[in-house]
Design a protein around this ligand. Structure first.
Ligand code: WT7
Length: 663
């Protein structure tokens, strides 16, 4: 380690960077470079370890092991430590349901529930290292179940409750989960959705699950319960022992699996470690938002995504914060639902997604103006690039012009924030820029050959050094892990990097830097669509389309959308015997909702008789995108495969016609 680090420190940073990086943060950055051992040791001291680590980092690219030899427990750090710190009676969670009911849970109560549920899991046969799938709406039982898994050293695999039965089945099967935790139903915009029915459908497609725990969220009379397999949460909790000692877990043992979309049809099981992940989440929350004990934190994400894992469950609890948890739609019963909650609880730090901001922008500022939002002191955003117009609206209308906007760039894979302004040491903000990498993050923007690009040139965002929150691997698929993240750019002596990395992490994102070194994130560079901040792979959508008997071939692209960032547009070739019709279009739309979930509902479906392809048969999505957005096709003549151009042009013409005829 020491050899490499001296290598790094010898490189001068540009003047612009020195000027604009905050001073305090810069010191942290230098320390992370020059003395990673000392730096991370100091950061890690903020957690409670049963046994201190022997080594900060073992880096066998692309596999990193952080805090090797360290022993700790995530639920102990999130709960017990807070009781010992005098926060026993502090509110951990103010919960609100869409229908208006509330629950207030103190750290002590949360600790008690987690202990009891940990004992329930043990009784159901769950052991250290086993996987537990969790398919729940945003109710307190969700973090309770996750922390209970962590308490006994089992891995949780949370599946977003908006996902369909077959998406759930895929994830249960891949993780070989032993237990599933779900609810009878959930509320969305006043409607009841019978979640247990989807869960049962998923269980029909999987073999590993032995026991199912069902939370009574709604009290649905006709919830199907299978004798000997299904148990009501409350019944099990009534019998549970009150205390469960926290299982000592290696820092390098996995804490959880979280599935995310990639460029193939199969979701990727991102595996996060216990020690590195917790240290990263603790540190990034501290740097970016610098919370104080009386802050009221509200991250509006669903826990089914990484944002909720890191900044609803682990981060805020490690910091002993009080937070809001809301189970419902942001605009139900009226568009001021969120602002009503901000006023009611005096929220001070509010963290949401650009999509949501643009939606509220559309509703109009009168809804926010109805409420006293003066408690807010810091705003945050995540999930997709934020356009300057939305940034300014957020800043003025919600933040009253006084709150900095912490635009956090990161991914499921990174575990926590990577590029973000830091409230501990704020740099001048620019609307739409995530500013600079946090300490310990070595980000660069490079061209196709892996060399840094000039200011204002778009390139690929890469990471040049391991960081504590990085994913360990993909669940039972280390080859895919290497392939997806570490193979696009090979380290090579000729690359003009400031540091010489032994391996380069490819983020899949486009980015650029401006003349002052600020980073601007510019969307996905791969075949991944971001719909309302949710990541959906085109390949996943395409394979869902062709699983319908009418569809022979499918090409799916993301179309710029003023609210959702991108929306899904599909081009389909039908099998002979099937005719295009509005009924079929509706049926296919339903089919996608059923196979993936409502988040994947296509905005438009076009029936075509051919698709633009290269000679090797690869669909030229770039052309489809150009057609849909009405932009120039670009330089088709320089495409490698000349013979495909005419065919592509013909297909594009047809598409244009088809689009003219039908939306
Ligand atoms: C992708 C990761 C990280 C939690 C939510 C999404 C995009 C994320 C930003 C941002 C521009 C962003 C990137 C990234 N993204 N944050 N602040 N500015 N783009 O997690 O589903 O793993 O998606 O979201 O494209 O690669 P995810």
């Amino acid at each position: 380690m020491s050899e490499k680090s001296s290598d790094r420190s010898s490189v001068a940073e540009t003047e612009a960077e020195i000027r604009y990086y905050g001073q305090k943060l810069n010191e942290l950055r230098s320390r992370a470079l020059e003395d990673p051992e000392g730096f991370w040791a100091e950061v890690a001291e903020n957690l409670t370890w049963f046994k201190r680590w022997d080594k900060i980092l073992e880096w066998n690219p692309p596999f990193a092991r952080w805090f090797v030899g360290g022993v700790l427990n995530a639920s102990y750090n999130a709960l017990d430590v807070n009781l010992k710190r005098g926060l026993k009676n502090k509110v951990a969670i103010f919960w609100e349901g869409e229908e208006g009911i509330t629950r207030t849970i103190t750290y002590y109560q949360l600790w008690r529930e987690v202990n009891k549920f940990a004992n329930v899991l043990k009784k159901l046969g769950v052991k250290k290292g086993d996987r537990v799938s969790i398919y729940l709406p945003m109710i307190p039982e969700l973090p309770i179940a996750m922390l209970a898994c962590a308490r006994i050293g089992a891995l949780h695999s949370v599946v977003f409750s908006g996902f369909s039965a077959s998406a759930l089945a895929d994830r249960i099967n891949d993780a070989e989960a032993k237990v599933l935790i779900t609810a009878d139903g959930l509320y969305r915009r006043g409607k009841v959705i019978p979640l247990k029915k989807s869960a049962d459908e998923a269980l029909g497609m999987s073999k590993s699950v032995e026991k199912v725990v069902v939370v009574k969220r709604i009290g649905l009379e006709d919830t199907p319960m299978k004798e000997g397999r299904d148990y009501w949460w409350d019944d099990l909790m009534k019998e549970a022992e009150p205390y469960c000692p926290p299982e000592p877990v290696e820092a390098t043992d996995p804490l959880f699996i979280l599935y995310t979309s990639g460029t193939t049809g199969k979701p990727k099981g991102v595996v996060h470690s216990t020690g590195g992940y917790l240290v990263w989440v603790w540190a990034t929350l501290k740097w970016a938002f610098n919370p104080t004990p009386d802050d009221i934190w509200w991250c509006t994400a669903d826990i089914g995504w990484i944002t909720g894992h890191s900044y609803i469950v682990y981060g805020p609890l490690l910091h002993g914060l009080t937070q809001i948890m809301y189970d419902g739609a942001p605009d139900y019963p009226a568009p001021d639902r969120w602002w009503e909650l901000v006023e009611k609880y005096g929220v001070t730090i509010f963290y949401t997604a650009p999509t949501a901001i643009r939606m509220h922008m559309k509703f109009g500022e009168k809804w926010a103006k109805k409420h006293d939002l003066s408690s807010l002191r810091i705003l945050g955003t995540v999930g997709e690039p934020i356009n300057p117009e939305a940034w300014r609206w957020y800043h003025e209308v919600i933040g009253g012009g006084r709150c900095p906007i912490i635009d956090t760039w990161w991914q499921t894979e990174t575990g926590g924030f990577m590029i973000s302004p830091a409230a501990i040491d704020l740099v001048p903000l620019k609307a739409g820029s995530a500013t600079f990498p946090l300490p310990g993050v070595h980000a660069e923007v490079v061209d196709e050959d892996g060399n840094p690009v000039k200011p204002f040139e778009r390139g690929y965002l890469v990471l040049l050094a391991p960081w504590p929150g990085m994913l360990m691997t993909l669940w039972r698929d280390p080859e895919r892990y290497r392939d997806v993240y570490w193979s696009k750019f090979q380290p090579n002596e000729s690359l003009e990097f400031k540091i010489k990395p032994p391996a380069i992490y490819y983020t899949g994102d486009y980015a650029m830097k401006d003349e002052e070194g600020y980073f601007w994130l510019m969307g996905r560079a791969d075949d991944v669509i971001k719909v309302a901040g949710h990541r959906i792979g085109t390949a996943e959508l395409e394979s869902a389309f062709v699983s319908h008997p009418a569809v022979a071939e499918a090409a799916v692209i993301g179309k710029p959308d003023p609210i959702k960032g991108e929306s899904i547009v599909a081009f389909l070739i039908l099998k002979s015997g099937y005719e295009p019709s509005d009924e079929l279009r509706d049926e296919l739309r339903m089919h996608i909702r059923k196979t993936i979930g409502p988040v994947a509902t296509p905005e438009a479906i076009f029936f075509v008789s051919s698709l633009p392809k290269t000679r090797s048969g690869k669909i030229m999505r770039r052309l489809l995108k150009a057609v849909v957005s009405g932009s120039k096709l670009g330089d088709v003549t320089t495409l490698e495969d000349a013979s495909s151009i005419e065919e592509a042009k013909r297909a594009v013409e047809m598409l244009r016609k088809a689009m003219g005829e039908k939306s």
